[in-house]
Design a protein around this ligand. Structure first.
Ligand code: 5GP
Length: 187
């Protein structure tokens, strides 16, 4: 059993609000990639719930518009990052990324963009694999925390500077299975 004490949490984005916005993103993405093959590249582990719902929302948008087809493939990468205020951020690839991405349309699916270091590292790494296009879809964006500029094509929600959990996002590996986004009250 984990020794970490669970902290009280308050809902920031409800389950229904998340699902409505994800449906909108699915419609937009299926329009933008109509009649193409798209590789959804999930960033483990935080994006898994968003990835699963977004991929189904893209499919759902096709059902409501019979002429539209996007062939979706799944790929994943796993990264670690060490943030320290006195040293430059260091991000490393643990797993994933392959030559298969060469000349393909790739959509990075992220849980949250905070300082931007993770996304910058991943974008630079992907460039070495020579994909046809790379775009970025993040569920959450904390623009007030940005340290490096990054381009984001699809944003679920902009949120204020708070540590959030749920819907894939963790605190010490807890809270990932909450169906909503919550702010941890550390008092
Ligand atoms: P960045 O490199 O943009 O600073 O951070 C990206 C990663 O930091 C995210 O993929 C996530 O793992 C973690 N992160 C940043 N902000 C939060 C937050 O508010 N809550 C949680 N649970 N993780 C966060």
């Amino acid at each position: 059993m984990s020794a970490t004490k669970p902290l009280p949490e308050s809902v920031l984005i409800s389950e229904s609000c998340l699902q409505n916005r994800i449906r909108e993103l699915g419609t937009q993405i299926s329009t933008d990639y109509e009649n193409r093959e798209l590789i959804l590249l999930g960033v483990l582990r935080g994006s898994v719930l968003f990835f699963a719902d977004l991929s189904r929302a893209i499919f759902g948008a096709q059902l409501t518009d019979a002429g539209r087809e996007v062939q979706i493939r799944f790929e994943f990468v796993q990264l670690t990052s060490y943030h320290n205020s006195r040293k430059p951020s260091r991000v490393q690839l643990i797993h994933g990324g392959s030559d298969y991405l060469e000349q393909r349309h790739v959509l990075i699916v992220e849980d949250i963009v905070d300082t931007g270091h993770t996304l910058k590292f991943l974008s630079e790494y992907l460039r070495t694999l020579n994909p046809k296009t790379v775009k970025v879809c993040t569920l959450l964006d904390k623009p007030s925390q940005r340290q490096v500029p990054v381009a984001i094509d699809y944003i679920g929600f902009e949120i204020p500077d708070a540590f959030v959990v749920g819907y894939g996002l963790d605190y010490a590996q807890q809270y990932r299975n909450l169906p909503y986004i919550a702010v941890l009250d550390e008092t």
